[in-house]
Write a protein that binds this ligand. Structure first.
Ligand code: ZN
Ligand code: ZN
Length: 254
C-alpha cells in the first residue's frame, strides 16, 4: 500500500496545504487544500473519500473534487463520514446556496457524491486494505483513521484533543507502524487547545506514555508559521520517540 501526503498543515501560506492523504490511487483521507495538488486525471481516479470531520481545512475541496473530475468519472464519489459530519455538509455546504446539492445532482440515481455514514470502531474493507475509524475528541464530532495494509498500520489522529480511548486503541494494535498525530498549538496556548479540541506537545507526551511501544512518529497540523517552535516543544517533550514533521509530497509504503 502506498500513502502520499498531499497536505498536512494546520493552515495555508506559501507551500502549505491543509489535510489530504492519497491512499494508492483511489482513496482520499480528508479533502483539504492538498487535494488541489492532484492532476485532473489523478482526481478522476479517486473513488472514496474518508472524512475525519466537517471543518473546512479537511473538507473545503470536496465539492471542487467532485466537480473537477465529474465528466471523467461517470460514477459517484463515495464519501464516508460520521452522520454528524454528513449532516453538517448537507446543511452548510451542499445546500443549494453555498454549493449545489451534489448528493442529488445531476440525478438522484447517479449523483456526484454518495454519502456513507460510519462509526468509530467499524472497519471498512476496500479489497485487501482496511480503513477503521478511530475515536477522537474535537470541537465537533470527529474521527481518526487506522489504515491497515495487512502488513502494517498507518494511524492518522485527525483533529483531536488528548483522548484516552484513542491512545488505548493504539496500544492494542498488533501491526502499528506509523502514527501521524496533530500538534496544533504551542504549550503556552493550552487553554486554546482545550477549548478548540487540539493537541500540544505536552498532551502528546501524555498520550505516548500510554503507548509504550515503538512507532514511527509523524507530527502534522501545526499552526502556519509556528512549525519550528512547535517541533522544538515536541522534541523537548517526546524526543526519545524521534518525532519528525510530516511533509507534503512524502510517500510511505507499508
Ligand atoms: Zn478541526
Ligand atoms: Zn484541522
Amino acid at each position: 500500500m502506498k500513502l502520499k501526503v498531499l497536505g498536512c498543515s494546520g493552515g495555508i501560506g506559501g507551500e502549505r496545504r491543509t489535510m489530504a492523504l492519497l491512499l494508492d490511487d483511489d482513496v482520499l483521507i480528508d479533502a483539504g487544500s492538498g487535494v488541489g495538488s492532484l492532476s485532473l486525471e489523478a482526481m478522476a481516479q479517486v473513488d472514496h473519500v474518508f472524512l475525519t470531520h466537517c471543518h473546512l481545512d479537511h473538507t473545503a475541496f470536496l465539492p471542487f473534487l467532485a466537480d473537477a473530475a465529474a465528466f471523467l468519472r461517470q460514477r459517484p464519489l463515495e464519501v464516508h463520514a460520521l452522520p454528524e459530519t454528513i449532516a453538517a455538509l448537507r446543511e452548510n455546504m451542499l445546500n443549494g446556496r453555498l454549493w449545489p446539492d451534489y448528493s442529488a445532482l445531476p440525478s438522484i440515481d447517479n449523483p456526484y457524491i454518495r454519502f456513507h455514514p460510519l462509526h468509530a470502531g467499524q472497519p471498512v474493507p476496500l479489497g485487501t486494505r482496511v480503513i477503521t475509524p478511530l475515536p477522537a475528541r474535537h470541537a465537533v464530532p470527529a474521527l481518526g483513521y487506522r489504515i491497515d495494509s495487512g502488513a502494517a498500520s498507518w494511524i492518522y489522529s485527525g483533529d483531536t484533543a488528548f483522548h484516552a480511548a484513542f491512545w488505548e486503541g493504539l496500544a492494542a494494535m498488533d501491526n502499528l507502524k506509523y502514527l501521524m498525530v496533530e500538534v496544533t498549538f504551542l504549550n503556552a496556548n493550552r487553554q486554546g487547545a482545550a477549548i478548540s479540541g487540539h493537541m500540544t506537545a505536552e498532551l502528546l507526551a501524555r498520550g505516548l506514555e500510554m503507548l509504550r511501544r515503538p512507532v514511527s512518529l509523524l507530527i502534522a497540523h501545526m499552526e502556519s508559521g509556528r512549525e519550528v517552535e512547535t517541533m522544538a516543544e515536541v522534541h523537548a517533550a517526546a524526543g526519545e520517540w524521534q518525532p519528525r514533521p510530516v511533509q507534503a509530497g512524502q510517500v510511505f509504503e507499508f
